[in-house]
Design a protein around this ligand. Structure first.
Ligand SMILES: [Mg+2]
Length: 275
């Protein structure tokens, strides 16, 4: 099968899904790793030290911007703070204790056993995504990566938020494009040649999941077992994929059955041709 954007389906003919789309932080590793807490600490420090925001106001602003814009960074830009994106990322992510993350052979085995295209879709920057995947031992498990730089290329010199996040209500638009904006999903689909109706999306953010659902994606909420609106599957840990979505492996099994049947048929034909 070929989509209008040229992407060729490469996997088993029986699968309902031909792509698995993954968030990174708190999805591929658990919140309990402590990495996200360190990240939040760094964001707050950046707001105080680099943007001169009053320290007592920072926690509330941080929560509100994350809620309204998907990332604090996108919210800060919407409020009019001007700063270098690379500088922000190196301050916030570059100083993270990545040693908190350990190789995850269980997840690796699960991913490797699925012959379905796998794509990363993260709001974080490229260096951070690469570092996390490397620490988890998953660096070669994904076919494509959509991250901050993919949706916010440097060549975009204007700050006019033509494609940036549009919050609900009368809030200022942000020049930064990121999840959960619907537009960020549409751009990711185009960039990675994704058909949302044949893609299963994994994320720990309920807002990302709910927007994802509106774009046609099937959804897996990670870090919770509560299935709410927009959530097709809810898993405490990504390690539970096989129990929660066994159909992903059923397609693999069917494909193996077809391959075995073909092999037997070929051997039988070859055998019958032997003198
Ligand atoms: Mg996340």
């Amino acid at each position: 099968m070929e989509y209008e954007n040229g992407y060729q389906q490469q996997q088993t003919p029986h699968s309902r899904f031909d792509c698995l789309l993954f968030d990174v932080d708190d999805t591929l590793y658990p919140l309990s790793s402590g990495l996200s807490a360190e990240c939040t600490k760094n964001i707050k420090e950046y707001m105080v030290n680099k943007l001169d925001i009053e320290e007592s106001k920072v926690p509330d602003i941080c929560v509100q911007l994350y809620k309204d814009y998907g990332t604090t960074m996108a919210g800060l830009r919407a409020l009019g703070y001007d700063f270098d994106h690379d500088d922000y990322h190196s301050f916030v992510h570059g100083r993270l204790p990545y040693e908190y993350l350990k190789p995850d052979p269980v997840l690796r085995t699960l991913l490797v056993s699925l012959p379905i295209r796998k794509v990363i879709f993260s709001n974080a920057n490229e260096t951070h995504v690469a570092e996390v995947l490397g620490r988890l031992g998953l660096e070669d498990c994904f076919d494509d990566v959509i991250c901050f730089e993919s949706l916010n290329p440097k060549t975009q010199t204007t700050d006019t938020p033509k494609s940036g996040n549009e919050p609900a209500g009368l809030l200022q638009k942000s020049p930064i494009l990121c999840k959960p904006s619907k537009n960020s999903f549409q751009q990711a689909f185009t960039m990675a040649n994704i058909n949302p109706h044949k893609t299963l999306f994994f994320d720990d953010s309920i807002r990302n999941i709910q927007t994802a659902k509106l774009t046609g994606l099937s959804t897996v909420l990670i870090g919770s077992s509560q299935r709410t609106k927009g959530v097709d599957y809810a898993l405490e840990s990504i390690h539970n994929i096989k129990e929660a979505v066994p159909e992903l492996w059923e397609a693999v099994n069917k494909s193996n059955d077809v391959r075995s049947a073909r092999k037997i048929a070929i051997e039988t034909i070859c055998g019958s041709l032997d003198p």
